[in-house]
Every structure is written in structure tokens, then in C-alpha cells.
Design a protein around this ligand. Sequence first.
Ligand code: GLY
Length: 334
Amino acid sequence: MTITIDVALGDRGYPVHVGHGARELLGEVIPDGVKRVAVITQAGIPWTVDPGIEHDAIEVPDGEEAKTLANVEAICRQMATAGFTRADAIVGVGGGVVTDLAGFVAAVYHRGICFVSVSTTLLGQVDAAIGGKTGVNLPEGKNLVGAFWQPSAVICDTETLSTLPTPEYQSGMGEVAKYHFLGGGDLDTLELDERVAACVQIKADVVAADEREGDRRAILNYGHTLAHAIETAGEYELRHGEAVAVGIAYAAEVARRLDRIDDSRVAEHRRVLSAYDLPFRLPASLDAGELIDLFNRDKKAIDGVTFVLDGDAGVETVVGVERDVLADAMEAIR
Ligand code: GLY
């Protein structure tokens, strides 16, 4: 059975199909009039798709390192050489690296062409593939060049999760854990398809309310301020979802110090992270002062350090958190 969630963005709205074998729906979701498809994927992804029309495969390298402007140029040049036009479409098949990169190519090739995501990782299905954030990294930081470019449809085939290496699946649970604190409640009691769909529904509602992250959408970055700093300081050695898990535990400690939540809510954060077998302690090799300095490089750091924090009104953005609070909370997750 497939569960369909609508991302309600008016004439740019689209369906997200979640379910075992949902990739079979690809032919149905390619918009009428598209003549040809560039399927962007990676050599190691053991799933093929059938768009039902003429298609060429373009492979990109593995890993976060593949999200470069050089690869955007390389893909655009392959598409230009092969004669793809504005009337054609890109289908990205893979995890967040593929859908971020392929989506960005779709945003800029011929000033924007149709894009469909077939997400094959847990992290991609509950986060990266939904909401139209596309982009690549610079040596100076992650996702510093990009565009909002909404797909025409997203397919989250939960069958593809069966071939995901365990650490990668586990890492995806870091993003799932985040949704417990964004109104998800007891997601850990649901079956996998329903759990993925519940996460997608929360994300779809947030994106529909604030597509371009004017304010509300920033709550999707719960746990990510520290996570991004850990990833930069650790040069991507920790998996993203694990870094988010540590970031969620840290955000709870910061919120506790600001009297936004009590001890039982901090304990609830640790309970959820433990339920998914996720870490909530900072790796010993990381220096707290360096991490706090990196918070200022975060894209949200417009007016002092901005944090997404839990509280009585739910998770929200808090501006200007002071350094001594940040440092004290860091000691609590050592
Ligand atoms: N991953 C956060 C967002 O899509 O806004």
C-alpha cells in the first residue's frame, strides 16, 4: 500500500508517495509532455527505475564530496551534449547527495526544468527529498550554493531501505528522532511506512507554511546548529543523523538552561535518542570553543547565535543565545 502526502504549495504543490515498491509509480508522476528523462544516480545504488519514456543515465560520485559546482557543470555539459532541452526532465535516484545535486542541476539547467526525486535512503525520505532545498557545498561550508526548486513529485520507496547499510539507516533515524519534538509524538511505535509518512506529513506542513524559510521552516533545523558545527570540525567523519542526534541532546540542554523546558523534557530527549540507538554525547576529540565559534558561521546566524529550541509553545527559533549558556550546555553532553 502507498501513502500519499500532498505538499500544499498551490500550483507548485506536489505529491509524495511513500511505500514498499513505490518506485513503480514513476511513469505515472512524470508530467505529461515530458519527452525525455535524465536519470541521475550513483553506481552503487542497487535500484533501477523505469520512467516509461526515453531516458539516459548519468552517474555521479559517492559521498558528500560529490556535491560540488564542478559536478554541476559536468552534469550540465553531459546533458547539453546529449541534447536535453527545457521540455525534458531530471529524475534523481538516490539519497540526499543525489537529490540535492540533481535538484540543483534541474534548477539551473536551461534556467530550470522539471525534477522528480526517487529517494532511496531514510535520511532522504524523511528530509532531504522533500521541500525543494537543492544545492552543493563549498570548501567553506555545506550547502552554501543552492536554490529552492520544488520537484513535481517525490517517491519514497521504503523497499529500497532494505539494502541500506546499517550505519546509514541508523543515521536516518537521527532525522526521524527530530520529528518527535516537532509534533510527531510517539513515532517509535509506528511501522516503518507509517513512520516515514508521518515524518513526511510534518515536513510537508512546515514547508507549505513557509516554503523559503522566512521563519517557521527553521524548526526543521532542530539539532542542526551543533550538527553542522560537528560536521565541519570533524570534516564529515560523523554521519549526519548521528551529528543531529547529538545536536538534539545539546539543544535540550541549552533550552533547560534558559528555563524553556524542565529536567523531565531533557530526559525525554535522551529517551527518544536511546530508543533509536543514537548517540547523545559529544565525541571527545571535538573542542567546545571551536564548535561555538563555528555556530557564528551557520547560515541562520544573522543577529548573534540563533538556536532552534524546545519550549512551552513547541520548538521555535531563539535569537541571541549567550556564549556562557552554550558553553555550559556543552559540558552536559560530554
Ligand atoms: N532540511 C531542512 C529543510 O528542508 O528545511
